[in-house]
Design a binder for this molecule. Structure first.
Ligand SMILES: [Zn+2]
Length: 455
């Protein structure tokens, strides 16, 4: 992967009437917070640097519409531009996203592909991709010659990955991996009514509020401790191919000034999903996410059950994610159970010493290589997200049990004790120093650039 660095300026002027989109972030009651906000907001608005440093903002990318197929000269509609006359007849490109509940066969039939060719295409694509994992939003492109015979079929799945089948003397299928560049953005925001509102105002992806809640929710009581005026600085990565963002932006570093302390979180770029939380420069805890980048869809505690409709205790936290998304062990331990448990559906459990157990439920599958008694490390893939048991849609129900009793996974520190202590040492402090200097460099260079532009 190539790395390119870019930066986003902060956008000043934080709204006083911003409304929290995530309930547990907001100070309550809202009218009071709005009233409080009026005491100090004007100063922030008048801050000259905030007002002047508006620069580029990450562009949202548009997905959908006709996909351009590059490097295929035959597709160029303007034949007059080529020196040689076109030898082959023009090709026709048809492209569409798979709709909910639709099969590959139905989409290909809709594209006018004959039944025997549809069967061949399904077989050929199936060699490289498990077609049971097809989802709405995946895109099919059929390139046919003038008499309607397919020449090439392309299936675009997640994160820019494409599977292509080419018709020749025999069908050839290959997987095309994107070669994205990783762009790093830096920005800062000041909290007013809520973290998510502050991110929104500063044009920072609002989904980061969920990541921050997940990391700090067990450590900080945001309702009580956020009084307004707290400064947040963030560094994040986006994978891009041209102007198109591939996948979701990912936080790399966050620093939050709160009640006289600095809370910092470093998310390493190694796909482990393991983040380290620091307070005033010292490691507080290591947090491993069971599902990377997933949305926290339900928290621990009493709630109205989504299926049964009555108020019940929710014994874990839910992460909404697409079916098939990898699920990872949050701490090292031994697999103590693989199987079905009623409403939990397909379940895997890991024992982390004598009294602590993690449970991963509603799984669609568990790797064949895993068996009971096996030792796993934090970050090891232990299954895939599904909707087995009582679930309204694909999600991971993640539960932490201490002495058999469910506890709030976001506030339980015992898993940290189970975590490898070696990881919490100089390496962690080096990562913090690295992240801090990159953030400082990004924010400074953006300021310098802005200044230059004004001259
Ligand atoms: Zn649940």
């Amino acid at each position: 992967m190539r790395i390119r660095v870019a930066s986003v300026a902060l956008v000043g002027a934080f709204s006083m009437t911003a409304i929290a989109t995530l309930g547990w972030w907001s100070k309550e009651p809202v009218p009071q917070s709005i009233a409080e906000a009026t005491h100090w907001a004007p100063a922030a608005v008048l801050e000259p640097r905030l007002a002047d440093s508006v620069m580029t903002v990450p562009k949202t990318t548009q997905v959908g519409g006709a996909r351009k197929i590059l490097n295929v000269p035959l597709l160029q509609p303007d034949v007059t531009e080529t020196a040689l006359p076109a030898i082959e007849p023009p090709l026709v490109t048809w492209t569409r996203q798979i709709a909910s509940g639709e099969t590959l066969d139905a989409v290909l039939a809709n594209a006018g592909v004959a039944a025997h060719a549809r069967a061949e295409i399904a077989l050929a694509l199936g060699v490289e991709y498990d077609l049971r994992r097809l989802r709405p939003g995946h895109e099919i492109t059929v390139i046919s010659n003038a008499d309607g015979n397919p020449k090439r079929v392309e299936l675009a799945i997640d994160d820019g990955v494409r599977i292509e089948t080419v018709f020749g003397e025999e069908l050839l299928t290959r997987v095309l991996e994107p070669d994205p560049e990783v762009v790093i953005f830096a920005s800062e925001a000041v909290v007013e009514s809520s973290i998510s509102a502050a991110l929104d105002k500063a044009k920072i992806p609002a989904r980061f509020a969920v990541d921050l809640a997940q990391m700090l929710g067990g450590t900080i009581d945001f309702r009580r401790e956020l009084s307004g005026g707290e400064r947040m600085r963030l560094l994040w990565r986006e994978a891009r191919e041209g102007n198109k963002r591939i996948g979701q932006p990912e936080l790399a570093f966050a620093a939050l000034d709160l009640a006289g302390s600095v809370y910092e979180i470093v998310w390493p770029d190694d796909g482990s999903g393991q983040a380290t939380i620091y307070v005033d420069g010292e490691v507080l805890r290591v947090f491993a996410q069971p599902v990377e980048g997933a949305r926290l869809s339900s928290v621990f505690g009493r709630r109205t059950h989504p299926v049964y409709g009555n108020v019940r205790m929710h014994t874990g936290v839910d992460f909404a994610a697409a079916r098939g998304t990898p699920v990872k062990a949050t701490a090292p331990g031994r697999v103590s159970f693989i199987g079905r448990r009623g409403g939990y559906g397909r379940v895997l459990e890991i024992s982390h010493g004598s009294d602590t157990l993690t449970r991963y439920a509603h799984l669609s599958e568990v790797p064949d290589t895993l068996e009971q008694g096996q030792r796993v490390m934090a970050g090891d893939m232990i299954g895939r997200v599904g909707a087995t048991g009582t679930a309204t849609g694909p999600n991971l129900h993640y539960e932490v049990r201490v002495d058999g009793r469910p506890t709030d996974p976001l506030s339980d520190d015992r898993l940290v004790e189970a975590a490898d202590r070696d990881a919490v040492g100089t390496a962690a402090l080096e990562r913090l120093a690295e992240a801090r200097s990159l953030l400082a460099e990004r924010l400074t260079s953006e300021f310098v650039q802005t200044t230059t532009e004004r001259l």
